[in-house]
Design a protein around this ligand. Structure first.
Ligand code: 4AD
Ligand code: MG
Length: 477
């Protein structure tokens, strides 16, 4: 007999029939009630055991975490809290979980403790909910683009270019580090390496995606990206997933429209598909907030925040306006910011972004037209000669969630920029070719997938929304 997913049993499939369920024990109460979970839903199936029917030896093996199979009749439940339950007639134990050793016990564990047990934390309600939401969001990403005429483009993971020009890259090499080949000058001879040149893990698939947008029209990437930035924050990972749409013949305003529509779509889709998980995460956040001082508590619950984003337009503000607001802001005048805003041209830190979003506008904000000096080489220069057509989308509690721009499509302007920024133009010959042959205005952006998952789940540390986080000094599992 095949087993049925608990999510289906709970919705009444097989009612009054003999059914089989398999999963892991959450709790075993009074030697009579097993709460069984198989990961298909946050909700457990109540399995009712008739003590006399089963040997005590067998029942002794049922502990939190054990894997079991139960067979019996699915009946309507008289108990509160569930609609159906299974009257167990057959019970099989696949694997026990010794309560003296199994770290995940039915009590509250700290997120730090669970991070150290990332291979088992998925057995908890909270991580089950987060990872189902993450999976649903990923599906929604593909669904949105596929239904809107975009093609899925797979950017290479190993690259010879530094797309962001930030130099925070992981080197890829097959050389023996204990016996490095040297050139005439005594430097490491990369010609002897696997690719015959210096290679890195990609920091962004954008440059390659641009070449595809210049033929397929609308493309998107969705894959892992790597940054060796030594920022030990709750918003940074060394390995994270990024979604990068790139579209021919659209300008920055249309790029903003796309980003806003896309983000709202995936949130709406997930709200609809993951109701039970989000209700659970909403309660979790409310509980957690109770431990915070009143002033730090959010005035909206998780579900309210998600709906708020759906119901309101993102506020579009130029960098110059934002600087004026920040300059005159209370924390700037009272020297409360770590980095005080004095002049136009300053790079915005997360404290400034969060002030704009959380205190000033109190809604998602799209900042645009940044100083050219603080942005990447590929962004389109404005008529003023000092700002570029860049945009960042800032979210409450998160800060920057999207970075994007209209690209510099004019060959001469781009080449000049590459030279003045001291970038090796020889490495970018293929990128420059797109501007030589059939160049056209085009735009795109990158959304950090984990930052989106953070926002939607109401979690506060990015390490808790990716299965096995990679951060400085940590690559366990
Ligand atoms: O702003 P970034 O660096 O932009 C780019 O990489 C462009 N090439 C995107 C494009 O236009 N196609 O990164 C984009 C987003 C950020 O807004 C942030 O959400 C996320 O990627 N991100 C990170 N997420 C987690 N950990 C990190 N270390 C991240 N760095 C960036
Ligand atoms: Mg950015």
């Amino acid at each position: 007999m095949k087993h049925t997913k608990i999510i289906d049993l709970l919705s009444g499939k097989g009612l009054l029939h003999e059914v089989k369920a398999k999963g892991w024990v959450k709790t075993f109460r009074n030697n009579q009630f097993i709460a069984l979970n198989d990961g298909s839903t946050i909700n457990n199936l109540q399995c009712v055991i008739d003590l006399d029917k089963f040997p005590a030896e067998q029942l002794k093996k049922i502990h939190t975490g054990a894997a079991i199979s139960v067979r019996g009749t699915l009946i309507e439940s008289k108990g509160a809290g569930q609609s159906v339950e299974i009257q167990v007639e057959h019970l099989k134990i696949y694997g026990e979980a010794n309560p003296e050793e199994f770290p995940i016990q039915p009590k509250k564990h700290s997120l730090e403790f669970l991070r150290e047990n990332a291979h088992l934390r998925i057995r908890t309600n909270v991580f089950g909910a987060i990872m189902r939401v993450r999976s649903t969001l990923a599906f929604a990403v593909h669904k949105y683009f596929q239904e809107n005429g975009f093609f899925y483009f797979n950017a290479p993971i190993i690259t010879g270019s530094d797309a962001e020009g930030a130099g925070e890259m992981f080197r890829v090499t097959a050389l023996d580090l204990n016996n490095l080949p040297k050139d005439e000058e005594g430097k490491v001879d990369v010609r002897e390496d696997f690719f015959g040149k210096t290679t890195n893990l990609t920091v962004s698939g954008q440059l390659e995606a641009e070449t595809y947008a210049m033929a397929l029209g609308s493309v998107y990437t969705f894959g892992p990206t790597f940054r060796a930035e030594n920022s030990n924050t709750s918003r940074h990972l060394a390995e994270f997933w990024m979604i990068e749409p790139e579209v021919a013949f659209i300008n920055l305003d249309e790029n903003m429209d796309l980003a806003e529509d896309f983000i709202k779509y995936v949130i709406r889709y997930t709200l609809d598909k993951c109701k039970d998980d989000l209700v659970f995460l909403d309660k979790r956040l409310t509980e957690e907030e109770k431990n915070k001082p009143q002033a730090e508590r959010s005035d909206m619950s998780l579900l309210n925040k998600l709906n708020f984003v759906l119901d309101n337009n993102f506020k579009r503000v130029s960098y110059t306006e934002a600087i004026d607001i920040l300059k005159g802001s209370k924390p700037n005048r009272n020297k409360k910011f770590k980095y005080l805003i004095e002049d136009w041209g300053a790079d915005l830190q997360s404290e400034h972004e969060r002030y704009l979003v959380e205190k000033h506008f109190k809604c998602p904000v799209i900042l645009f037209d940044y100083p050219a000096d603080i942005k990447a080489f590929y962004m389109r220069m404005n008529e003023d000669g000092k700002t570029v057509r860049a945009m960042d989308i800032l979210f409450p509690g998160i800060g920057e969630i999207v970075g994007g721009s209209q690209r510099e499509e004019r060959y001469d302007v781009l080449l000049e920029k590459i030279r003045t920024m001291g970038i090796d133009e020889k490495e970018l010959w293929w990128y420059l070719d797109t501007r030589k042959f059939g160049t056209a205005p085009h735009s795109g952006f990158g959304l950090g997938f984990e930052r989106l998952v953070l926002f939607v789940t109401g979690m506060t540390n990015i390490r808790d929304v990716i299965p096995f986080p990679r951060t400085p000094q940590n690559a366990e599992f």
